[in-house]
Design a protein around this ligand. Structure first.
Ligand code: G3P
Ligand code: CA
Length: 242
């Protein structure tokens, strides 16, 4: 059965990358979460998509220029303020703490392609080990050097490179960097390549799949998982076609 990962949480209805979006994804029945990690000035791992806090919070500036304590003052749900109370930027540790109460899988995207946060991989991995989440985490990134480095320091944790362009025989590339999966950008027509990857032992979890017809196509070809903003809809469609 194709698993359903909530992209930045249940982000179609909730402020992305917030505890609320993660909890609502679980309530909707998602199998997993996808979230983005950046690092503060004082080296704390925080869950936010952009390098800057401008788009998703009521603050401004780079994550790397704020301390963790300072970042907590801002509202990551301000675009939804009509509906929700203040929702702070979560730390990765807060997410892990909450994961003690459920069985979700968590796909951590290391956002170290633009800013090469020194020591990010070590910090993420030591937190995963501290919370004994090794079997429930998939580390992904567009920074494939970081994927390889993560594998070297923690071969027990699954890795998956993010692919924004379609690669020739991506399963060969994945295996060459010891990745057990690939997370490709989804385009119609890639299903045959996805199928070959899976047949060659490499998991495929395309992003960001929101259209009914795309979900149906991926369920029918037996895709490993889909990363979607709307887990509730994805589950309803899976109930019909998977
Ligand atoms: O992990 C898939 C997807 O989240 C990658 O793109 O920009 O949404 O982080 P982005
Ligand atoms: Ca992401």
């Amino acid at each position: 059965m194709t698993l359903i990962f909530a992209h930045r949480g249940y982000s179609v209805l909730n402020p992305e990358n917030t505890m609320r979006a993660f909890m609502e994804a679980e309530r909707a029945g998602a199998d997993g979460l996808e979230l983005d990690v950046q690092m503060t000035k004082d080296g704390q791992l925080v869950v936010i998509h952009d390098e800057k806090i401008n788009r998703t919070t009521d603050g401004i500036g780079f994550v790397k220029d704020h301390t963790y304590k300072d970042l907590k003052k801002y509202n990551a749900g301000y675009k939804f303020k009509k509906w929700f109370q203040k929702t702070p930027i979560p730390s990765l540790e807060e997410v892990f703490e909450w994961m003690n109460s459920n069985r979700l899988i968590c796909n951590i995207e290391l956002k170290n392609g633009i800013i090469p946060y020194a020591g990010m991989e070590e910090k993420v991995i030591s937190l995963i080990r501290r919370y004994k989440l090794e079997k429930r985490i998939i580390i992904s990134s567009f920074n494939h050097y970081s994927i390889v480095y993560s594998y070297r320091i923690a071969p027990e944790i699954e890795t998956a490179p993010l692919l924004s362009e379609s690669l020739y025989m991506p399963w060969i590339y994945a295996k060459s960097i010891h990745a057990r999966g690939i997370h490709p950008k989804y385009y119609r027509g890639l299903e045959d390549v996805f199928k070959l990857s899976i047949e060659n032992g490499v998991a495929v979890r395309p992003y960001t799949v929101n259209k009914d017809a795309s979900l149906k196509r991926l369920y029918e070809m037996g895709c490993t998982a889909v990363i979607t903003d709307d887990p509730f809809k994805a589950i309803a469609i899976r109930n019909l076609y998977a």
